[in-house]
Design a protein around this ligand. Structure first.
Ligand code: AMP
Ligand code: GLY
Length: 420
């Protein structure tokens, strides 16, 4: 099979690795890819959000299907454009991707379908926001409505903090159009977990659970990031809770989207908080997580290409997805300064001695090559090191041994990933 994978981060490196292992894969092309992905697939420098460019590439390589990694091309409607050309794609349509693309759509959708979630108020002006912030005594979460690369969420303790966050978004244009409207949410407490399912529009099957580490520094200190590390399976979840999450959240979401005329096909990522009143939706994403994919896919014991094929053929009803019994963790090495200002193009240590082994993978998240062919940083999150082991302690030992050996002085990483 000829496959085009769209994207070029650590998530896509992990997806590329799984796709390339499949006996069903004849040719794997990735756009734009990165230097890590280049070692296992053919890469073309076409940006993930270049919809016309991706469509042309899919046609040129006679893709049997296109696997769309990141949210932006999904929200822009890449799947819809591919379907017009008669090319199959794995991922939700533009309308279905609103579950991630608009936090307001997602909250109103959950309301319509009685899916448990925090209370929220939609605001387009600072006065309405202030009123809601006062009602919640500042113990709230202020969120930009649109996509902001995981940074448009401010978790607040005080009225002043929340008003500053709301003013930054509504009046100071901090997130551009994404922050023109905001949500002020009730701040809920509990343990967080991410649940990933694959859906063909009618049925959903669990493809993995994970716990992300979103704050920049150890002990959950510092600003929110896209994710500094992850562990799978999510320690907070067991079969009973997974079943409850399916009953209360996943099934009503898949049924609701179908009912509203936007059948949801592809990966649905539910970020949930396990509260004392049961699991509640923190957010939905319309794709695999980054860095969660780097721990979900290495644990998969079912061929990823066959999962995609069954999804596209709307044939997931009797599919079972198997996992290896071991755990996985991934540790992200980020550029100093991330998630604030950071430099790109900074030389990275040679990774020649860190060839992938069964239990260790070095995924490239934000790397490129300079004009002399040296590996340099090209993003906030630069590498993510995954290990598989009997338990998280074993995983931590293996992953941190590699992270320390890479020893990139211009970067930083959390030392407490998977520390329970
Ligand atoms: P999001 O990008 O919506 O996942 O939010 C980023 C992080 O903010 C989440 O992982 C939670 O830790 C936190 N968060 C978001 N919404 C809420 C909420 N309503 N109550 C408590 N924490 C939240
Ligand atoms: N790690 C969070 C996300 O992928 O949205």
């Amino acid at each position: 099979m000829n496959i085009l994978l769209v994207g070029g981060g650590g998530r896509e490196h992990s997806i590329a690795k799984s796709l390339s292992k499949s006996p069903l894969t004849k040719k794997l092309v990735v756009a734009p890819g990165n230097p890590g992905i280049e070692t296992i697939a053919e890469c073309y420098p076409i940006a993930a959000d270049d919809i016309a460019g991706q469509c042309k590439l899919a046609r040129d390589i006679k893709a049997d299907f296109v696997f769309i990694g990141p949210e932006i091309p999904l929200v822009l409607g890449l799947k819809d454009e591919l379907l017009k050309l008669g090319i199959s794609a794995f991922g939700p349509s533009k309308n279905a991707a609103q579950l991630e693309g608009s936090k307001t759509f997602s909250r109103n959708f959950c309301d319509r379908h009685n899916i448990p979630q925090p209370q929220f108020e939609y605001c387009t002006d600072i006065e309405t926001a202030k009123k809601q912030i006062e009602i919640l005594s500042g113990y709230c979460v202020v969120k930009a409505d649109g996509l902001a690369a995981g940074k448009g969420v401010v978790v607040c303790d005080t009225v002043d903090q929340a008003i500053i966050a709301a003013t930054d978004m509504l009046e100071k244009n901090k997130f551009g159009n994404a922050g023109r409207s905001i949500l002020v949410e009730e701040r809920i407490n509990g343990i967080e977990a991410s649940v990933f399912v694959v859906s063909d529009g009618n049925n959903a099957v669990l493809i993995g659970t994970a716990q992300d580490h979103k704050r920049a520094y150890d002990n959950d200190q510092g600003p929110n990031t896209g994710g500094m590390g992850a562990i799978s399976p999510a320690p907070a979840l067991d079969q009973k809770l997974n079943k409850k999450i399916f009953n209360d959240i996943i099934t009503p979401t898949i049924n609701g989207m179908k009912l509203e005329g936007y059948p949801y096909e592809g990966i649905l990522y539910a970020g949930v908080m396990i509260t004392d009143k049961g699991p509640k939706v923190i957010e939905f994403n319309c794709r695999f997580g980054d860095p969660e994919t780097q721990v979900i896919l290495p644990r998969l014991d079912t061929d990823l290409v066959s999962i995609v094929q069954k999804t596209i053929k709307k044939n997931l009803k009797d599919m079972t997805i198997d996992f290896i019994p071991q755990s996985a963790i991934t540790v992200v090495i980020a550029s100093k300064g991330y998630p604030g200002e950071f430099k790109k193009g900074v030389l990275l240590p040679s990774l020649k001695n860190f060839k992938d082994k069964t239990e260790i993978s070095v995924f490239h998240s934000g790397t490129s090559k300079d004009k002399n062919g040296n590996l340099v940083s090209n993003g906030g999150r630069v590498l993510s090191i995954t290990s598989i082991g009997a338990n998280t302690k074993d995983c931590r030992q293996k992953a941190y041994k590699v992270v320390e050996a890479i020893n990139w002085e211009k970067g930083f990483y959390r030392k407490d990933i998977g520390k329970l």
